[in-house]
Design a binder for this molecule. Structure first.
Ligand code: HEM
Length: 465
């Protein structure tokens, strides 16, 4: 059959479709173009041609690991200056370091290992609850800031025993500042239009910040390695990386690869989880009926005492709320794939090997083919365990906020336990209300999307600890 033409907005000389994209909020532009041009369209952005797919069927096809793989272009490629072939930014499964790290870390990130992190996750979440309790109900809370402190401190403590102590300082730790600067510059670098000579001072700063990230991670690694025999009793990701032997190759991880991945965990693990917290909190305060049911569940399961590991899996409503939030507001709103060989997708569109295909979760996860006439509404009940399993069986990849296949999120059980635990503690101890009741969701976009200017108040609940 004749291959079909893929629609593309009209291009301008030199800049292609660059003017179609709002650089502060590319997701918004891509959603808008999907409405106008349909579930598959093409864009040319300063030398990079890409295809955007946004319905369930095309995303599902593109997730097939036997025909497509994760694509590392743009921001992710720039980030390789900082974390090389760490898990997130590795170019292909064939890269030796990815394979060794993946196999060594699969167990360390598995549900059993994550359970041993419960106490430390609990400790950081309690610091947050304490802070909000002390501030009292009159204080508007910048949700983004406080939840980012939570997720950063949690991932640093549980992965390498490092304490940022973000709740005990006003400013950000130098490591965190450097990390933000690197993430931001990696994005800016993809939009440069002048020769590199014009960006020397930016480049110098970029490399200084990368140096700081790596030297801090190296110090953490060295201090662990120099502990006397038997003194390293921590069971965290760092110790798993130091001790672990890859069952396939018999190799251990190289120090450089451990450093790449320590930084990767902080980058990949904090903004995503913080954004999920914020969107979920937003959905709860916006849907009082759901809020009441979830709080009722926490009261029934946990009561007023200390929360334990066993409580977590019993919080079914809360789990459904998180899943529905991740469906409508996936913090990683798109992921990128590319064909291994020249391909025909959707039965009719030719795509050359290596062409980037952006899977637009922000749209495909609301496909009415999967979610019916209520696809655009917040309906947590559709995400109860048995419904959730049925949807995934019938429509694989229709819910993919953690990515897909071999390159999907290794931190999923970690994030899940952290989210469930902290929400249980917060719902147990506070009633949340919107600071400005007329606020409606606005989002900001960096590597992830997250609510913008979202403030709440936390009213301590009577009689609870
Ligand atoms: C990969 C989402 C939390 C570590 C991914 C991918 C997604 C994702 C969509 C695939 C990206 C792609 O295909 O380009 C999320 C969400 C999270 C979360 C929504 C929170 C709700 C975490 C946490 C960690 C983590 C807590 C670590 C502690 C990673 C790593 C990868 C990854 C290392 C790369 C895996 C590989 O390619 O081998 N995540 N993530 N993530 N995530 Fe997460």
């Amino acid at each position: 059959a004749e291959a079909e033409h893929i629609p593309q907005p009209p291009t301008a000389p030199f800049v292609g479709n660059l003017t179609d994209i709002d650089m502060d909020y590319p997701l918004g532009s891509m959603m808008h173009l999907a409405k106008k041009y349909g579930p598959i369209y093409k864009l040319s952005l300063s030398g990079l041609d890409l295809i955007v797919v946004s319905n369930w069927e095309l995303v599902h096809e593109t997730c097939d690991d036997s025909r497509f793989k994760k694509s590392i272009k743009g921001d992710l490629e720039e980030l390789r200056a900082a974390v090389h072939d760490g898990l997130f930014t590795s170019k292909g499964e064939e890269e030796v370091n990815w394979g060794v790290a993946h196999r060594v870390l699969m167990t360390a990130f598995g549900p059993l290992a994550i359970r041993t992190m419960f106490d430390e996750m609990h400790e950081v979440a309690s610091q947050l609850a304490l802070k909000w309790a002390r501030q009292g109900p009159a204080q508007p809370i910048d949700v983004g800031e406080d939840l980012t402190r939570l997720t950063l401190d949690t991932v640093a403590l549980c992965s390498m025993g490092f304490r940022f102590n973000s709740y005990y300082r006003e400013d950000l730790h130098p490591f965190i500042k450097a990390m933000y600067a690197v993430l931001k510059e990696a994005g800016m670098k993809t939009m440069r239009i002048l020769p590199s000579i014009f960006y020397q001072s930016e480049d110098r700063k970029y490399h200084e910040n990368i140096k700081l990230l790596r030297s801090t991670a190296r110090e953490v690694l060295d201090s662990r390695k120099t502990l006397p025999e038997g003194a390293d009793t921590r069971k965290d990701l760092l110790s798993a990386m130091l001790r672990g032997v890859d069952p396939k190759t018999g190799r251990k991880m190289l120090d450089e690869s451990i450093i790449d991945n320590l930084i990767t965990f902080l980058v990949a693990g904090h903004e995503t989880t913080a954004a999920t917290f914020q969107f979920t909190l937003y959905n709860l305060v916006k849907h009082p009926d759901t809020y009441r049911k979830v709080q009722h569940e926490v009261d029934a399961v946990v009561g007023t005492g200390a929360i334990t590991l066993e409580h977590i899996s019993k919080l079914k409503y809360l789990a459904a709320v998180l899943r529905e939030t991740l469906r409508q507001n996936a913090p990683i709103s798109a992921f990128a794939r590319e064909p291994l060989q020249d391909e025909i997708i959707g039965g009719k569109c030719k795509v050359k090997a290596g062409t980037q295909i952006v899977c637009l979760l922000a749209k495909s996860q609301s496909d009415p083919v999967v979610y019916g006439p209520t696809a655009d509404q917040f309906v947590p009940e559709r995400m109860f365990d048995e419904n959730f399993e049925r949807i995934q069986e019938e429509f694989p990849h229709s819910w993919s906020p953690f990515g897909s296949g071999i390159r999907s999120c290794i931190g999923r059980p970690f994030a899940w336990q952290e989210l469930m635990l902290a929400f249980a503690i917060l719902l147990q101890n506070f009633n949340f209300v919107m600071d400005n009741p007329s606020y409606t969701l606005r989002v900001a976009q960096t590597l992830t999307i997250k609510p913008k200017d979202f403030y709440i108040r936390a009213i301590p609940r009577d009689g609870l600890t």
